[in-house]
Design a protein around this ligand. Structure first.
Ligand SMILES: Nc1ncnc2c1ncn2[C@@H]1O[C@H](COP(=O)(O)OP(=O)(O)OP(=O)(O)O)[C@@H](O)[C@H]1O
Ligand SMILES: [Mg+2]
Length: 449
């Protein structure tokens, strides 16, 4: 008998070990679902998600006092206040856990459930509970049993232009950086949090595509120099930086004139044979662009800051996209930074040391996102909170792309790198400053759109 039990336990263990998804579906999930339903009343009560309702209930009430002094109880139907729990549908299995729909009680909003999410997660012993609301009156609790980002399985690469699958979301879906939908990105995080790894993943993903890559690396070029075969331009000193930004602004104004002449609002509306090549600008350590060693650099920094801001404001329509990495992206770096931040609608926040950086990067997102960003452990570099224009946020982890792998990709696709002079040429007359100012005003802020 004992032998049979031991064999069954070993079999289950092996099943769980070798094919967790099927083990989860067949064995673990049904048990979990039963226990979730069975514990819901107590847990809802403990998490203050119940409401008092008047109900007829068969209760015992004190009756007559007998001559012996004993109080006799009597059973009676009467209206009393009982705790009602929100109605729960049957839990459904998901890739990394389960999800269940609830009907909110009177006066409740999804935020009440979001506030209780941590309590719920602890009560059910799961990694995390996320709350969403598909329609009024319903909330969906999604539980992840184990942190799915401890180990991320690779995905095939994306075939679409300017779209790179850089990692996986907590939901198991792909983490996509798509410059065509979200043109500019901020990528913040403490040191060793995985910022450069994400830039590597981008280099690897964009290298085979017909795009020009440009690097700004004021950390002495240690990060991007290995990828220079695939980069059309790389600036590692402040002088080069000013020159390259001038080139970018010139490129933008020439593309602007091209679009205006063709009656197009952006380069994607131009006919295929006239459309200029998209340019992705990678900036490692944004702060270096703004830091002043001495007063003599003041003018250069002011120029850099203005040029970068112009690129951000107008670039999206003219196929120039920014990806800025930095440890801190605060207004203490200078007035230009806040404006630049406002232009970057894609936000990525890796592990951070202080709450301000998280708030600065993610903006006024759901407080749960900020809490989640601060809770990223140092043992999992590459884990980040990703926010995009739709106001949704996700926990995600980038695929590990070592420098060697990215360098190899850069060398393999080196022949696709257009010469910077060729990119900048294709030149049409430059715009006057007045025209430029007018265009600057006419383009709406993406975050307010
Ligand atoms: N997605 C990931 N999966 C596994 N390991 C990772 C991942 N991302 C980063 N790492 C590891 O973390 C280390 C630090 O990453 P990275 O160099 O990208 O950090 P960083 O934020 O750029 O740091 P710094 O600010 O010092 O430049 C890398 O050497 C790498 O081994
Ligand atoms: Mg780095």
């Amino acid at each position: 008998m004992l032998g049979v039990l031991a064999a069954a336990a070993a079999g289950l263990w092996a099943w769980r070990r070798w094919h967790y998804p099927s083990f989860w579906l067949v064995v673990a999930f049904p048990l979990t679902a039963i226990s979730v339903r069975a514990t819901w009343r107590k847990i809802a009560l403990g998490c203050h998600l119940t409401k008092k309702r008047q109900r007829f209930w068969f209760t015992t009430v004190p009756g007559l006092v007998a001559s012996t002094g004993v109080v006799r109880v009597r059973r009676k139907w009467q209206r009393i206040a009982v705790d009602t729990k929100p109605f729960m549908w049957l839990p459904k299995p998901t890739r990394y856990g389960w999800r269940v729909t609830l009907h909110t009680l009177e006066g409740q909003i999804p935020a009440d459930y979001a506030d209780a999410a941590e309590r719920l997660a602890h009560s059910w012993g799961v990694h995390a509970i996320r709350v969403s609301s598909p329609r009024p009156g319903r909330v969906v609790l999604s539980a992840t049993v184990r942190d799915p980002l401890i180990r991320v399985e690779p995905l095939p690469t994306s075939p679409d232009l300017l779209k790179v699958i850089v990692g996986r979301l907590e939901t198991g879906g792909p983490w996509i950086i798509d410059f065509k939908t979200i043109p500019h990105w901020l990528n913040a995080g403490a040191t060793q949090s995985g910022k450069s790894n994400l830039a590597n993943a981008l280099v690897q993903g964009l290298a085979p595509q017909p795009v020009a890559l440009v690097g700004f690396d004021l950390k002495g070029g240690v990060e991007f120099t290995p990828y220079s075969p695939r980069l059309s331009a790389l600036s590692t000193t402040r002088d080069e930086c000013v020159g390259l930004l001038d080139d970018l602004v010139a490129l933008m104004t020439s593309r602007m004139a091209l679009c205006r002449d063709a009656g197009a609002r952006n380069i994607w509306q131009l006919p295929d044979n006239e459309r200029p090549m998209p340019v992705v600008v990678l900036v490692d350590e944004l702060a270096e662009l703004y830091l002043m060693a001495d007063k003599s650099e003041k003018d250069e920094i002011a120029k850099t800051s203005t040029a970068l801001l112009r690129v951000a404001q107008l670039g999206r329509a003219f196929g120039i996209y920014l990806f800025c990495c930095g440890q801190r992206i605060g207004s203490d770096l200078g007035p230009g930074v806040t404006a630049l931040r406002a232009q970057c609608s894609g936000r990525i926040c890796h592990r951070v040391n202080d709450p301000e950086t998280a708030t600065m990067t993610l903006g006024d997102l759901d407080p749960a996102a900020l809490a989640s960003a601060r809770a990223i452990p140092a043992e999992t570099p590459g884990v980040a909170i990703v926010a995009s224009q739709d106001g949704q946020w996700y926990r995600a982890r980038s695929f590990y792309v070592s420098e060697q792998v990215a360098e190899h990709a850069a060398n393999t696709w080196a022949h696709l790198a257009p010469a910077w002079t060729d990119v900048v040429a294709g030149h049409v007359p430059q715009m006057s400053d007045a025209d430029l100012a007018e265009l600057l005003d006419s383009i709406p802020d993406p975050r307010k759109a």
